[in-house]
Structure formats: structure tokens, C-alpha cells
Design a protein around this ligand. Structure first.
Ligand code: BG6
Length: 469
């Protein structure tokens, strides 16, 4: 079987991780520009000031993408490049940059798939409470509107937010991401609600413009599975899915929050401040959402937790809920299992987990249209005689694409796959040593680009539409 004609083979990036030019051409300061410079926050103090200089080299990069046969490029727009202080003047140079990127994609027939928010919030808004402040919702609506009006004639695929669970939990529970707040559960849930509301409002606005494109949201998808058949552990996995999956997809796809979580939040005093009117907006926008994007890296292997919740290290790998740690509420813990395979960073490699997770989503949400908006292997790539022989990455993507094929066969409405990432980039807290790309960037030689083995492999997969998989 070949992948269907309307299935998009793509690859992705995000503004802060590739662009650099952090203070050029009128760009405002983002929360990440500030946070990454706080001593001890990132690996070796790395930051995205220069990143891989995509801002100046986008033409070269998109040319390489075209050579790889990429059908679609998922990238994000940096909000502070468009509206430097979050809610004030629009920066014409920012608009010009993304016009250039979009036009360059279209020149080669590459479909631009655009994320509005991939974590880089204008610092001014962060200082005023970030996603816990409802004014950020209004500012986001305005920013989104500027983007639709400026680029919507050519961009027909929009993602509002990337992974609310990650930027809210790392931002307000573990402090690993900005604003670096630890253990404020109330703020965590407030931020998630504000994000869902912002999403709903922006979806409504987009539909009113009648630009005839599609709009959805992307979440990190880490379906939880019990480690065994013990009822306590099965219950723990259900609890994890309620908090990490249903809490994130229900408000978007069903227009209401899962009652299991709502009841517990009420009891514990963690319920976000919301109004009837806001809940009504969620309800009325659910059927306008066109798709969901899944960033799938790994499932969670879950069991009941009996130990007290200890203060976690402030890294993504060691955060609450990551393998080896209890959830923030102490109900379950995620564990590493002997019979599973893991990456060097301890992330489980499980294509079966993707397929089982997709089945789970189909059961709850029916035939919703799905894109895998990220999936890939973070590794330190071997270099042999000057060639980057990233065979583990090829294996990883191959196995996950096979799972996608299987998913289509069993009737899951899967319409595209975006490998993470198109090019080596800044891995937030891990600097540049955790590589994900098809294109290598030489940090010892002027950030020169080089094709990896996986580049040629993915080109072949796209050309043959995955027939051999
Ligand atoms: C996703 C993000 O959570 O995972 C990406 O959307 C990120 O931006 C990717 O790079 C991999 O995570 P990490 O921490 O390995 O870079």
C-alpha cells in the first residue's frame, strides 16, 4: 500500500529553535530570550540568540527541503517578531520575513503549515502574568488576526497552540520552562483553561474570515498504559489519561471539560476561574475545529504511586510525570520497564504505543482528522568519515510510519506526518547536542548545512509514497 495522495509528508521546526536574530529588525524580546539566559536553566547556558540562523538562511534551508521532496513544512511564527510588545504596534519587518518564508515554500510547491504559538511569548505579556492573565487571550486573538490577514491568502493550514500541556506544566508545576514557577497547581489549570479559550475564540474568528483553510490545535500525545493487569494500576492509567489527554482534547473536540477531572479540581480548590460565558464559547466552537495535531514521542507506562511526591529536578526528562517520577497529584507514577527500548535521553521508543493511542482517540473522539505534527528521535548522531550516518533515526521514523500506515488501514483519519525536525535545532533545555534533523548543522564550521543519511532515505520514502514500508 502507498500512502494516499492527500496524505502530506512533512517535517517541522519552531521559531525560537531555528531562527536566531533574536533582536534584529524590530523583534521584541520573548520569555525564552530572557529565561534561557538565567544561569543554570539550560544545558551549558545555550540559548536561541543565533540558533541555526534560519532567519538569514531560510532560502538555503527551504531549497534543501525542496530537494528532499518535502510536501509540507510546519514552522511557527514568533509572536514578538510580529508584535514586539505583545499587544501594540505591528512590526512590518516581521511580516516581511514570514511573507518571504511562505513565498519561498510556495515557489517549490511546499505547503506551509503554520503554528501561531510555539512557546515564545512576548516578555511584556509574561511579566503581566502570561497565560494566567486573561488579557493574554485578547492579545493572542489580535496577534492571530494580524497573521490571518497578512498570510491567510497563502496559508491554508493553521495550528493555534503547540503542546499546552508542556508549556503549562513545565511553566507552572516544575519550573523547567518560563515563567519558571514551581508547584502552583491552581495557576497551571488556569493557564490551560485560558489557552483553550484563546484557541476557541481564534477558531471562531478564523471561520468568520472565510479564508477556506483549516485550523486546529496540537498537543503532545503521551497515551498512558498500565504496566500490568492489576486493577490499581489500570485505574492509575485511566487517571493519567483523564488529566493528560482528556483534559486537553475534550474542551477542543467536545466543547466541555471531562467531569472526572472537574470534580476533583473542585474538591481540591484547583478549578480555574471561568465564567458561564467562557464555557459557552468552548461549547460553540468545538464543531468548528478542523483537526488535531499530535506530537507523539512516547507513551507513559503507569502504575499506582505509593510514595510521597518529591521535589523534582527542573528538567523535562526528570519532571513530574516523566519516567521515574510521580504525577504532580501523587496518584500515579510513570516508570521505565525492562522490556522496553529507550533513547539516550530515556524516552521510550514505541511505535505500537502510537497505534494503540490512535485507537484510544478514535474510541473517544470518532473520526476527527489527525496530523502527526511531530515525531522523531533525539540523538547524538554518529559521524563516520565526514558522513552523518543517523541510522537509528531512519529506523525510528520507519517504524512510526509503518504504524501510521496501519492506522490508516484500520480507518483512522490520518492525513499527514511531520518528522521532528527538518533540521538540527535548539532542543530548548538540551542545547544543540540532542539532534533531531534530516539536515545537519555544523556548529564548528559557520553553521554549514549537510545532508544526513536520513535526508536521502526520507526523500525516497516520499517519492515512493511509503510503498516499501
Ligand atoms: C516537543 C516540542 O515537545 O518536543 C519541540 O514541540 C521539542 O519543540 C520536541 O523540541 C523535543 O523535545 P526536546 O526537549 O527533546 O527538544
Amino acid at each position: 500500500m502507498r500512502f494516499p495522495k492527500d496524505f502530506l509528508f512533512g517535517a517541522a521546526s519552531a521559531a525560537y529553535q531555528v531562527e536566531g536574530a533574536w533582536n534584529e529588525d524590530g523583534k521584541g524580546v520573548s520569555n525564552w530570550d530572557v529565561f534561557s539566559k538565567i544561569p543554570g536553566k539550560t544545558f551549558n547556558g545555550t540559548n536561541g540568540d543565533v540558533a541555526v540562523d534560519h532567519y538569514h538562511r531560510y532560502k538555503e534551508d527551504i531549497k534543501l527541503m525542496a530537494e528532499m521532496g518535502l510536501e509540507s513544512y510546519r514552522f511557527s511564527i514568533s509572536w514578538p517578531r510580529i508584535i514586539p510588545n505583545g499587544d501594540g504596534e505591528v512590526n512590518p519587518k516581521g511580516i516581511e520575513f514570514y511573507n518571504n518564508v511562505i513565498n519561498e515554500c510556495l515557489k517549490y510547491g511546499i505547503v506551509p503549515f503554520v503554528t501561531l504559538y510555539h512557546w515564545d511569548l512576548p516578555q511584556v505579556l509574561e511579566e503581566n502574568g502570561g497565560w494566567t492573565n486573561k488579557k493574554t487571550i485578547d492579545a493572542f486573538e489580535r496577534y492571530a488576526q494580524v497573521c490571518f490577514e497578512s498570510f491567510g491568502d497563502r496559508v491554508k493550514h493553521w495550528i493555534t497552540f503547540n503542546e499546552a500541556v508542556v508549556f503549562c506544566s513545565l511553566g507552572y508545576l516544575t519550573g523547567a520552562h518560563p515563567p519558571g514557577i514551581v508547584n502552583d497547581v491552581k495557576k497551571y489549570f488556569q493557564a490551560t483553561h485560558n489557552v483553550f479559550l484563546a484557541h476557541a475564540k481564534v477558531v471562531n474568528n478564523y471561520k468568520k474570515l472565510k479564508q477556506y483553510g483549516e485550523i486546529g490545535i496540537t498537543h503532545v500525545f503521551a497515551p498512558a498504559f498500565s504496566v500490568d493487569n492489576e486493577p490499581d494500576n489500570i485505574f492509575a492509567a485511566k487517571h493519567a489519561n483523564e488529566y493528560n489527554t482528556n483534559w486537553y482534547y475534550d474542551p477542543v473536540l467536545k466543547g466541555e471539560y471531562p467531569s472526572y477531572v472537574v470534580n476533583q479540581l473542585k474538591e481540591k480548590g484547583w478549578l480555574p476561574d471561568w465564567t458561564e460565558e467562557e464555557l459557552e464559547i468552548l461549547k460553540n466552537s468545538a464543531d468548528k475545529n478542523d483537526f488535531i495535531g499530535l506530537n507523539y514521542y512516547q507513551p507513559g507506562r503507569v502504575m499506582k504511586n505509593y510514595e510521597p511526591v518529591v521535589e523534582c529536578e527542573h528538567t523535562r526528562e526528570k519532571s513530574t510525570g516523566a519516567p521515574g517520577n510521580a504525577s504532580f497529584d501523587g496518584v500515579y507514577k510513570t516508570v521505565m520497564m525492562e522490556d522496553k527500548k529507550y533513547t539516550k535521553w530515556g524516552w521510550e521508543i514505541s511505535p505500537e504505543g502510537l497505534l494503540d493511542g490512535l485507537r484510544m482517540l478514535k474510541e473517544r473522539y470518532g473520526d476527527v482528522k489527525i496530523y502527526i505534527t511531530e515525531n522523531g528521535l533525539g540523538d547524538e548522531d554518529p559521524i563516520i568519515e565526514g558522513e552523518i550516518v543517523d541510522i537509528p533515526r531512519i529506523k525510528y521514523i520507519e517504524e512510526h510510519l509503518k504504524a501510521c500506515k496501519e492506522a490508516i488501514k484500520i480507518g483512522i483519519n490520518l492525513k499527514g506526518y511531520y518528522a521532528w525536525s527538518v533540521i538540527d535545532l535548539l532542543s530548548w533545555l538540551n542545547g544543540y547536542k540532542k539532534q533531531y534533523g534530516f539536515i545537519y548543522v555544523d556548529h564548528n564550521d559557520n553553521l554549514n548545512r549537510k545532508k544526513k543519511l536520513s535526508f536521502h532515505w526520507y526523500k525516497h520514502i516520499i517519492e515512493t509514497r511509503g510503498e516499501e514500508l
